[in-house]
Design a protein around this ligand. Structure first.
Ligand SMILES: [Zn+2]
Ligand SMILES: [Zn+2]
Length: 257
């Protein structure tokens, strides 16, 4: 029984969350998510039951105003949640349980985490700590790849000139700028990438470690003494860069705010 895997003091929250998931899966509506009234009519039932409130006239589904909006089929949510509690990997859930992509499983797990954060803080804390301890092999491999790429990038001494392909190049300054002694032009290895003009390269690896550890923007902001705009800009720049470096799964993992 799944309850045995959850600490006793979390059983109330667990039960309540389970009930929420059940309502979403069964598309059971307790009231209009906008005004709370409970008189509404069914507009259509495919692909999802969509209702219209008689009081405020707004349309809604069982997942409206939740992080699960549009994440059908809704019964996957419970399957993912339960298997994550059993410490099954995303790959296992994607391939063996649902026959879907890793990204789809991760997107739903992130929605679960967001929902827990909003409504069940103790369960959220337990669920996310447990998850960090079991970062899946793909994610930790991709984390290593990104680290190596950053190290290589920042320590590059004589990169190939982007204009004439000569390797007779030299570093200019402390960033990723170089000058070609052959064609005498200057170039930046990061121009045309999301990292162009991103400051403080000495913090990049630590920043990525925090993203991978699942820290939110406020936690990262405090830890690295950066302002909130910088943190959210860095997060999206790095997620974009991870995709370019073929680390899609890690990008999806890190894209949650
Ligand atoms: Zn309403
Ligand atoms: Zn050149």
């Amino acid at each position: 029984m799944i309850y045995e895997l959850v600490p006793t003091e979390l059983h109330d929250e667990f039960r309540a969350f389970h009930h929420d998931l059940e309502n979403i899966t069964l598309q059971h509506i307790e009231g209009c998510p906008f005004c709370g009234e409970n008189s509404f009519y069914l507009i259509r039932s495919k692909p999802t039951n969509t209702y219209r409130c008689k009081a405020c006239n707004k349309y809604f589904t069982a997942a409206t105003n939740t992080p699960f909006n549009r994440l059908t089929p809704f019964n996957w949510l419970e399957i993912i949640f339960v298997h994550r509690i059993k410490n099954k990997s995303y790959q296992f859930i994607a391939e063996k349980k649902l026959g879907t992509s890793l990204e789809k499983v991760m997107r739903r797990d992130h929605a679960i985490i967001d929902f827990l954060q909003q409504h069940y803080s103790s369960l959220h804390k337990w669920y996310t700590n447990q998850k960090q301890a079991t970062l899946t092999p793909t994610l930790s491999e991709q984390h290593k790849i990104i680290n190596t790429k950053i190290m290589t990038l920042l320590n590059e001494q004589t990169p190939v000139c982007i204009y004439c392909a000569s390797t007779n190049t030299t570093k200019v300054g402390t960033r990723t700028c170089y000058r070609c002694k052959h064609c005498r032009r200057s170039f930046n290895l990061l121009s045309d990438t999301p990292l162009n003009r991103l400051p403080r390269p000495e913090l990049w690896r630590e920043f990525i470690d925090l993203l991978v550890a699942g820290k939110n923007n406020i936690q990262i902001q405090k830890k690295l003494h950066l302002n909130s705009n910088t943190v959210s800009r860095w997060r999206s720049a790095w997620c974009e860069m991870m995709k370019r470096w073929d680390c899609e799964a890690l990008a999806t993992w890190c894209s949650r705010h």
